[in-house]
Design a protein around this ligand. Structure first.
Ligand code: SAM
Length: 279
């Protein structure tokens, strides 16, 4: 692994975070339909909270083009309303804080973060939540020992920075390892789409693990990415995807409904495809 240069503070609240966090909220609300407790393992958790007024957050204008465009939408499905309520104000919640705020007393969150500074901030952010635990370490290495969770229900969220060459392969192998131990578990993995063939190859690698159901969700915001500044590309990410293995029943419909409202506001398009199984 190379140096850890990726800092999510530059990207917090961007279009990819919006979609990822909507999906997280939808999955949690489906899990909460049953009384039995569940576990959430967030392998690349980040700091848990991001100040959207900070220099880092403002520099690339990513939050402004993401959460900034959908804040205040008054209608739309429950998932969208829950997200907007959680993301209200200048302190944008990352995935572990969203999960910590939505789980019940019978549920549990394990949030793993490798960067020591971010892990420290995360531990402080999650300290008020009795059912949340922060682990400083390598999410890929720590994941197998956490599976299957004793609850036998739950979600594994894999949200790597993809800064190291070969991280696509590492992420795909993590999904396979998770399914080997927890075949019925929900696994959601985020990925950037810089090249369509590379994304398809990645999806193919995840499918090779043999999940019974797998859904791919892509969002593209081409208009933002092609913006030129002084003749140079901004370099901003234009498209991103989620692979959701074993999505709960109703997740796809819920996301369709939310994205019908959200995608046009982001100047983007969304598509959902079943790669394995269907509803
Ligand atoms: C995309 S950010 C996570 C954002 C977070 N999941 C959210 O939605 O708010 C990726 C994070 O992974 C951390 N990281 C990088 N390599 C890691 C590894 N091997 N294990 C755990 N965390 C890692 C980075 O420091 C960074 O905070």
């Amino acid at each position: 692994m190379g140096a850890m240069n990726y800092r999510h503070a530059f990207h917090a609240g961007n279009f990819a975070d919006v979609v990822k966090h909507l999906a997280l909220i939808s999955i949690l609300s489906h899990l909460k339909k049953k009384e039995a407790g569940f576990a959430v393992v967030d392998t690349h958790a980040g700091r848990g909270v991001y100040d959207l007024g900070s220099e880092e957050a403002r520099r690339g204008g990513e939050a402004e083009a993401g959460i900034g465009r959908i804040a205040g939408i008054a209608d739309g499905p429950e998932t969208l309303q829950t997200y907007l309520r959680l993301a209200e104000g200048p302190r944008y919640p990352g995935s572990p804080l969203i999960a910590a705020r939505l789980i019940r007393p019978q549920d549990r969150l394990v949030a793993i973060e490798k960067h020591p500074d971010d892990a420290k901030t995360l531990a402080a952010t999650l300290s008020p939540f009795r059912r949340a635990r922060t682990v400083e370490g390598d999410g890929y290495a720590r994941l197998p020992a956490l599976l299957p969770p004793p609850e036998r229900r739950g979600l594994v969220l894999i949200d790597p920075p993809y800064e190291a060459p070969g991280e696509f392969g590492q992420a795909a192998r993590a999904v396979a390892a998770a399914l080997e131990r927890f075949a019925t578990g929900i696994v959601m993995i985020w990925f950037p789409i810089k090249s369509a063939p590379a994304a398809a190859a990645f999806a193919g690698e995840v499918l090779a693990a043999g999940p019974r159901k797998a859904l791919r969700l892509d969002v593209e915001v081409a208009a933002q990415a092609e913006t030129k500044q002084g003749g140079a590309r901004t370099g901003r990410l234009a498209a991103a995807g989620l692979l959701v293995v074993n999505p709960p029943y109703g997740f796809a419909a819920d996301m369709r409904q939310a994205l019908d409202i959200v995608a046009p506001r982001l100047d983007g398009t969304a598509r959902l495809d079943w790669l394995a199984g269907a509803e």
